[in-house]
Design a protein around this ligand. Structure first.
Ligand code: ATP
Ligand code: MG
Length: 440
């Protein structure tokens, strides 16, 4: 197994100074899974001050209270934390006191899941008292020690667990899953920012559909707005899943980017509230569900402390998720003018995913249409066809020279842009100025 050279050097330096040191946590887990780890954590018997002394100018006291020193080595920032034993927990999240310990196994014992409690020395020797490697092999997520007690101590572990299940495509071991359910109400006490962080990672995971399906009851504690969708029969020929499974499937079918995945999670939550059964047609209708979903999203996003820019984008995309557009250059220019490139690409992804989560009979035509939209979009962009004021061959100053002033300038520019987007006029200065003169 490959340990990053810089990390190895830091561990070696600690050992040479007489302190045991091991890589631990996500980096060990991910490299045992054959993935390139993102950031490395080192756990050591050295006390924080000893780590500070040893690495001098290359040591930053990032979290001395918790025993963490960041050591700089080359381009790497390595978190070096003293072996810890957590005392009693307050508020189901924070240990009242952090005690340092000379024992590696005590440090591993405080860690959340067996696959996160494997230590690796710089020579590649593995310490695995909780048999995390066997669980890695089996794809199992199992709490270290008594699962209920571990979730009682720190309820965030419940969401971390679901996040790892989604990201790693692991099964939550039966006893651990039962303990998660037993303790799920404690999630109400976890800070919104932490909930958001875990939910977003969960949503971007590979096994998101399965985790959303299997753990909607737990997720419903932090997202009660999802619960009416669970098991809500669509009673509509376009659909072969209930609203929640349709949602889960649509989430899975979008690229794993936070905004897109959140939009898909939220896009149909308003359906149960607006559902009307049309007896004559023999099917349910969901008129206005986009706006109803927006209303629910307006509760959820601020509660989870989403930033205002992300909130704005997500609300708009939820509202517009059913918007129709044709694979023609004119229609794509109109859409680009309204939404910009980023959000139009997002809308195409959203419509594609939404449709893939519907009855297969309705997929072929729509998917082909969306593929055509992609092609036309690339063409419009490559040819730098005009869809924005910035691209228009005249600007405000040109219109002022014609004698326009104040509000008239903006209105005239908009009218000219419309004429260009609609192919009524070419985007050249002469034609546009002539048109402007005519319109005054
Ligand atoms: P990733 O960095 O990929 O999100 P990770 O497992 O490295 O996953 P971190 O939050 O970086 O997660 O934490 C590093 C390690 O610290 C974990 O692997 C785990 O051993 C331990 N840990 C983190 N948070 C907790 C917690 N709430 N309870 C118990 N142990 C934890
Ligand atoms: Mg980590």
């Amino acid at each position: 197994m490959h340990i990053k050279r810089e990390v190895q050097a830091v561990m070696q330096a600690l050992e040479t100074a007489g302190f045991a040191a091991y890589a631990v946590g996500g980096a060990v887990r991910d490299s045992l899974l054959g993935k390139e780890p993102f950031d490395w954590d080192v756990t050591t018997a050295a006390l924080p001050q000893q780590v500070m002394n040893l690495f001098g100018d290359n040591a930053i006291p990032t979290g001395l209270k918790h025993g963490t020193v960041t050591v700089l080595r080359g381009e790497e920032r390595i978190e070096v934390t003293t072996y810890r034993r957590d005392g009693d927990y307050a508020d189901h999240r924070h240990p009242v006191a952090v005690e340092f310990t000379p024992s590696l196994s005590e440090d591993l014992q405080r860690r959340d899941f067996t696959v996160n409690a494997i230590a690796l020395s710089w020579q590649g020797e593995i310490m695995d008292p909780f048999m995390g490697q066997a669980d890695l092999q089996a794809g199992l997520l199992r709490a270290v020690g008594d699962a209920e007690q571990r979730f009682e101590e720190d309820a965030l572990r419940i969401l971390r667990g679901l996040r790892f299940a989604s990201v790693l495509d692991f099964t939550v071991e039966e006893g651990t899953a039962a303990a998660m359910r037993e303790k799920k109400e404690l999630l109400r006490q976890i800070a919104a920012e932490r909930v958001l962080e875990e939910l977003t990672k969960l949503l971007c995971g590979r096994a998101v559909r399965r985790v959303l399906m299997d753990f909607s009851d737990i997720l419903g504690v932090v997202l009660p707005e999802i619960l009416p969708s669970v098991g809500f029969d669509h009673r509509n020929p376009h659909h072969c899943y209930d609203v929640w499974e349709h949602t889960a499937c649509a989430v899975e079918n979008t690229p794993p980017e936070p905004i897109l995945r959140w939009v898909m999670l939220l896009h149909d939550l308003g359906k149960p509230a607006v559902c009307v059964y049309d007896y004559e047609a023999g099917k349910a209708r969901y008129g206005g569900h986009q706006a109803a979903s927006v209303e629910l999203a307006k509760e959820i996003l601020p509660r989870l402390r989403f930033g205002s820019e992300s909130t704005r984008r997500i609300l708009r995309l939820v509202e517009q998720h059913d918007r129709l557009f044709d694979p023609t250059e004119k229609s794509i220019r109109r859409m680009l003018r309204l939404f910009g490139e980023e959000d139009l690409r997002a809308l195409i992804h959203i419509r594609r995913a939404d449709n893939l989560a519907q009855h297969p009979d309705f997929q072929q035509v729509r998917q082909a249409e969306l593929a055509a939209c992609d092609e036309v979009l690339e063409k419009v962009l490559a040819e730098q066809q005009c869809f924005s004021l910035a691209q228009l061959a005249v600007n405000g100053r040109d219109l002022m020279e014609l004698g326009c002033s104040g509000k008239e300038i903006g209105e005239m520019l908009d009218a000219l842009l419309t004429a260009v987007v609609e192919e009524q006029l070419p985007n050249d200065k002469e034609s546009l100025l002539a048109e402007a003169k005519k319109r005054r």
